[in-house]
Design a protein around this ligand. Sequence first.
Ligand code: MG
Length: 301
Amino acid sequence: MDRREFLKSSVAAAGMVAGVSAIASRADAQEAPAPAEKKPAVLKISSQESRVPGKTLREKVEKLQSWGAVGVEITGASKVPDRVGEIKDAVKGTDVVVSAVCAGYFQLIDPDEEKRKAGAQRLKDLCGPAGEIGSTGIIIVPAFNNHPQLPHKEARKVLVDLLGEIGEVARKAGTRLMLEPLNRGEAYFLRQLADAASICRDVNNPGAAMMGDFYHMCKEETSDCGAFLSAGKYLHHIHLASRTRKLPGQDERSFVDGFRGLKMIGYQDFCSLECSVKGKADVEIPKSFRLLEKQWKEATV
Ligand code: MG
């Protein structure tokens, strides 16, 4: 075949492909169901329990409610199984629910298969108690920089396989796993929301989801709004902190662009404080909540 014949046959083939895809897209258009009515996004403020002053969890929950929050995030995952009664009693009869369990590291991409299996089992064992306290999810980090870990390509494959298996246990327990991308100084393996979302897409189980943390995003993302759009339906939790990891409003970090992204995807889950406080917490935390509400209003789409 000379060059002219080759070009002619290529053009003909391209025409056929275009024709076929035009037919396919018309068929798709005919068969596509009407898009589901997307609920407007909501700002549901939460805080990690350790951030709020108070002698008991109940006292902290009551304080959060009086400040307008609707979620409390539980820390110290290993103690959760023994705290089920305490946590359920603490939120009983209030407007506050458990927004998440911040669990952390489970050796899921460790080079040692036995350690991966043991970590996966610990995480599976946590799913029941997390579901029982009504937690929307369990926050996990595949590995921090100081942990032994498989080379990246291998680690991603191992992680996708394990998340499918553990995610199914989480789903059945009424909760979900939530991968947290961190900044490169803490966890090079998983840094951007889009990357975490692509792992969830490959796992393809509603029990495996992800989250975003405004503090880490400040270092790793080029656009808060873009990051949340890429995360889309896989995004189920947010950590709130300023650029210097203080309360929102205690430095120049704005949340408006990110909130715009959350509104675009119809975000329905919690935004939870994970930060330190400059000044008196009882005064500064409610002030920060009012700033967040103001910036949520400013985020027009
Ligand atoms: Mg965080």
